[in-house]
Ligand binder design. Structure first.
Ligand code: SAH
Length: 514
């Protein structure tokens, strides 16, 4: 959307932003600021798409490093795209893996912008070498083992003419990090040995560094090439050569995370999945989003809007989901009011996530049941609601435990649909294919309705892995029962009925097996 405040003749600005090596937490604050103000984001194949959550802009990928081949833009096409977008007044973020100026052709893009008279800024990023080293426990420099570090291209064939002097590299007094070198690993190791580097020099190959799919293979110059081939490593990978590789075991941390390497399906609507996916990644897992439902506004806001001016009539307002909080309070704000409209009532939530959503509006929950389910909420509300007016900000569908229980407790309950919760027709095809290939280790089921939708959305090819390569973890006994009813076997069940509890159940199940 063009900014109406800005005359359309004004030239926009381009930010060349380093996205870091993969972990979405390794973006700079400046990078996040640029993304937040972008009208267009052009990102390359090394960039973790999770970073796009910092932006509301249209995002286009310029090339892929793995997976199904998409259209790959040539460098001159990318330059042209940046220049044209800026000329139409857009704020453009060009997001590049690692650091834009380390083997990233970022300087060529900057030169093209400069020649075209487009204002630009370059935001450094954490380059793959430092990211990979830190996440594998290798210190690239070390008082006793490495006084220098060199970033080297592995792209040039050392057996042909190359600008690299392998004799100088062999005597370099520190750590060598080869970018783009995996496919030439044998030739690189051989050339270093021929130039005089000891065959026993330790080498580490790190693939997909800083992501849950990080894999590390260590060896020496003599044997690393066959070891890497046997391990079937994938791009992007880099090669670290030097004595400090030996010290890796003393400083390992990332690969020891409790869910490291686990691929976990998270069936949440896109809008909510972020936090859960990030938490899974923090525990070391690779999240795969499987949205089974979509969250959309009510068919009409008529009823909600009519109720907004009467909220202070209620003694209790009850929220049973994060979406319920945003549905009611978001609408309150959009229509020109604020939380003073609910100042008289007390607030109840079904659990800590919903309470955390209230906190975003600077509101504190008065009641969070000890057990995060509708029955417990109803039970704990019971003593407070006889003869009282209660408002429930709810979804278009869901369980009706609350109405039954609260009516029995003598409350006068008003149900207000503040969002719709609709089934999708199909799962995203890339995620479904991953399940069909048996690539998921776990799928989390976070509600009975999600269990039921998943049973319909999974193909027969996907279902053959369930309970075998792909285990199912359930958030609560109610969810487990619903899952079993539709033929989904449950392998782990949370004792605390939150996503955190579900992850803990998976961690326990893995520990029990090993
Ligand atoms: N500008 C980028 C490098 C681009 S060149 C940066 O500063 O990191 C691409 C090469 O970077 C790949 O061939 C690989 O050697 C390395 N690389 C990038 N991301 C990586 C990752 N997550 N793990 C391992 N190597 C990576």
């Amino acid at each position: 959307m063009p900014d109406p405040q800005r005359p359309h003749t004004a030239v926009g600005r381009v930010y060349l932003v380093g996205a870091g090596p993969g972990d979405p937490g390794l973006l700079t604050l400046r990078g996040a600021e640029c993304l937040a103000r972008a009208d267009l984001v052009l990102y390359d194949g090394l960039v973790n798409p999770l970073l796009l959550r910092h932006s509301h802009a249209l995002a286009e990928q310029t090339c892929r490093v793995d997976g199904p081949a998409g259209r790959v833009l040539r460098q001159d096409e990318i330059n042209q795209r940046l220049i044209e977008a800026a000329r139409t007044g857009k704020t453009v973020v060009r997001l590049k893996g690692g650091d834009p100026f380390i083997f990233g052709r970022g300087s060529e893009e900057a030169a093209a912008l400069s020649a075209a008279g487009i204002p630009f800024e370059v935001v450094p990023g954490i380059t793959a070498a430092t990211g990979a080293a830190v996440y594998t426990g290798i210190s690239l420099t070390h008082r006793d083992h490495a006084s220098a570090v060199a970033f080297v291209t592995g792209h040039e064939d050392p057996t042909k003419s190359t600008s690299l002097d392998y004799r100088a590299l062999a005597t370099f007094p520190g750590t060598l990090v080869f970018y783009m070198g995996l496919h030439r690993l044998g030739a690189i190791a051989q050339s270093l040995i021929e130039a005089g580097k000891p065959t026993s020099t330790p080498v580490c190959v790190v693939s997909r560094a800083t992501t849950p799919r990080q894999r590390t293979v260590t060896g020496t110059l003599a044997d690393i090439a066959p070891l890497a081939i046997a391990a079937d490593l994938h791009a992007p990978s880099l090669v670290i050569v030097g004595d400090c590789v030996r010290l890796r075991e003393q400083a390992r941390w990332f690969e020891d995370r409790p869910l490291f390497g686990q691929v976990i399906g998270i069936p949440r609507p896109e809008e909510q999945a972020d936090e859960t996916a990030l938490r899974a990644a923090e525990l070391g897992a690779q999240p795969v989003l499987l949205p089974t439902i979509e969250i959309v506004p009510p068919e009409s806001w008529g009823e909600v809007d009519a109720m907004l001016s009467r909220l202070n009539e209620f003694d209790w307002i009850v929220f049973t989901s994060v979406n319920g909080v945003h549905g009611l309070l978001g609408r309150l704000w959009e229509t020109g009011r604020d939380t003073r409209a609910i100042a008289n009532g007390r607030l109840a939530t079904i659990g800590p996530s919903t309470a955390a959503a209230l906190e975003k509006y600077s509101l504190r929950a008065d009641l969070i049941p000890a057990e995060f389910r509708a029955e417990a909420l109803a039970r704990e509300l019971r003593p407070h609601v006889a003869g009282k007016k209660v408002l429930w900000a709810r979804a278009s569908r869901g369980r009706d435990v609350l109405p039954v229980e609260l009516a029995a407790a003598g409350a006068s309950l008003t149900q207000l649909i503040v969002y719709q919760n609709r089934d999708v027709d199909q799962l995203p095809s890339s995620s479904l294919q991953q399940i069909e290939r048996g690539e998921l280790n776990w799928i989390g089921l976070s509600s009975p309705s999600i269990a039921r939708s998943l049973a319909c959305l999974l193909t027969d090819q996907a279902k053959i892995w369930l309970g075998k390569r792909t285990k199912l973890a359930s958030i609560s006994p109610v969810t487990s029962a619903a899952a079993r009813e539709v033929g989904l076997p449950i392998d782990a069940e949370a004792t605390e009925y939150t996503w955190e509890g579900l992850f803990q159940a998976v961690i326990t199940a893995i520990a029990d097996k090993s």
